[in-house]
Design a protein around this ligand. Sequence first.
Ligand code: GLA
Ligand code: ZN
Length: 677
Amino acid sequence: MEFNELRVADLLHGADYNPEQWLDRPDILAKDIELMKEAHCNVVSIGMFSWSMLEPEEGVYQFEWLESVINNLFDHGIYTILSTPSGARPPWLAQKYPEVLRVEKNRVRNLFGLRHNHCYTSPIYRDKVAQINGELAKRFANHPGVILWHLSNEYGGECHCPLCQEAFRQWLKDKYQTLDALNQAWWTTFWSHRYTSWDQIESPALHGEMMLHGLNLDWYRFVSHQTLDFVKWEKESVKSYNPHLPVTINMMYYFYGINYFDTKDLIDVVSWDSYPVWHKAGTTDLDIGCDTAMMHDLMRSIKNKPFLLMESTPSMTNWQNVAKLKKPGMHMLSSMQAIAHGSNSVQYFQWRKSRGASEKFHGAVIDHYGKSDTRVFREVSELGIRLEQLSPLTKTCNQAQVAILFDWENRWAIDDMQGPRNIGMHYKETVQQHYKALWKLGTSIDFIDMNSDISSYQIVIAPMMYLLRNNFEQKLKAFVEAGGTLVTTYWSGIVNETDLCYLEGTPHGLMDVLGLRSEEIDGLFDGETNSASPTTSSWLTKDKTYTCSQLCDLIIPSTAQTLMTYNEDFYQNKPALTVNSFKEGHAYYIATRFEDDFYDEFYTQLLKETKIYRPLDIPLPEGVIVTYRDGYLFLQNFNHHEVTLSALPTTYQLIDSNQDIYHDFILQPFEVIIIHE
Ligand code: GLA
Ligand code: ZN
């Protein structure tokens, strides 16, 4: 399989470059190139916010400055990722065509301002974007220095304008065909909501309809669909000039509004912008590292191919509550972590700090000071040198035997459902608890959604699989029948694709696979806990009791074996963890939300039982994580202190230095070493 979609064989290192801010300073533009070389950068992303400098008046294009910048970069061995400018439109466009501005949920149209403030449905906006994109593509799509299209910037948001309402109704007509089908799917007879004409349907609004879960869910789907339809529109506008030049979109941290799995066949390369709050008081860098690792794995899983780290900060992030500096070493660790999880790049926002406007204090490679003798610049260059030695990685990708379900539609439905816990179901956090245990064990993990093919995995973990769609329960059944191991939890198989509750027992379609039926679920207040202990037949440590909270499912086993039981309340001694043998495979049911320690023990045992590959299967110091990318092992120290690797089984040579390491090797704070398996 070809993993690298780009025609550059090296890992990429570079930044968002916004030279249009400095066109009156040729000295600065020249200095930029010099410093990029010094920082071992080989790529920049240009143009995401250049519209008003590219088309200062309607139909008047001035591309000379851009061409000269791209040529100059290329002459110095620096590639360009070229952005389409649709993420922020110039004032003249909004003034002349108000329909391009977004209408909020309250049905009030926004004024010109900010960015990402446009309607994805508006034919005028689409036309204007296609025109400038076409001009850019005509001029640059075959330029030898341009290696990738960066479509717009961080797509997101929703618009409730009349054009979007009409498009939503059309989308519903295509989906349901008849109003009867829609009324049935949304259960509108309740509260006398039956629609008798399509134009009675309105997007959800705080001063209108908000309680119809089927409508809310379809609106989420429509917004995601409409945004991706706009992506498709932009893609077509640039591809016609060179179909071989790949496209990417830069995605955002667990972004809610777009089902990112649906970009799989739409874009050529996945990329995302990562701004973790490292060194945050009250949490650990290990926890922040876990949250970031999961997002990297999610990104890689969309196409099962390497992704790009399109943006990150070399120092601080000015829009966060507190702009913490990355402590010395953290830049190396956070960047190498991305590479370990499958990134083929480390890029920054932005190359040079702006002099004015909203991001003038955001971290950048070049500070206002303008020279290279800064701590940040040194750390960036050190990373650049290291990345140059890791080019063979672009031919590799992480492979996993374990998959975790993180389904966007399930996420939307869970957050909207009213009961059993309106103070928080915590879907993402729950998924992350499972992930964290496996991440600490060094296991490679893919993410899947309900459209994914799961047949190649050995373990599938599907926490809180509330909504079932696309016959996913049948896929799971076939998976277990064929010998797979399924782990699922409370609040699974409750509703169908349009949020209608299943009749005749839950978890729907899986009661035989799991050997049980869920009868009731108890919600717990924040701070309230129960606990559970292993039964005598369990393979968990017998004298261990694990605290549980939030939700306690009361299940009735048929063929399932009980591995743990609750200790308190009227459901004391009822099952809290079960396993069922089904044909060639096994299915576990975790009936409640346990504390982290439970998942550590459960997955340690499960990996042994299922003989899943664990790289460097030795005890590692707390806070040291090993990540495996196709033969390369990345050992990462998330501690603020040094640790000793005392049990290395053999001598290893560090990939990017001539040094050998063996037992009692000391890892410095935030140090990352890379060795071959
Ligand atoms: C986002 C945007 C960038 C910039 C950075 C700052 O990722 O894409 O344009 O605003 O945030 O962190
Ligand atoms: Zn609109």
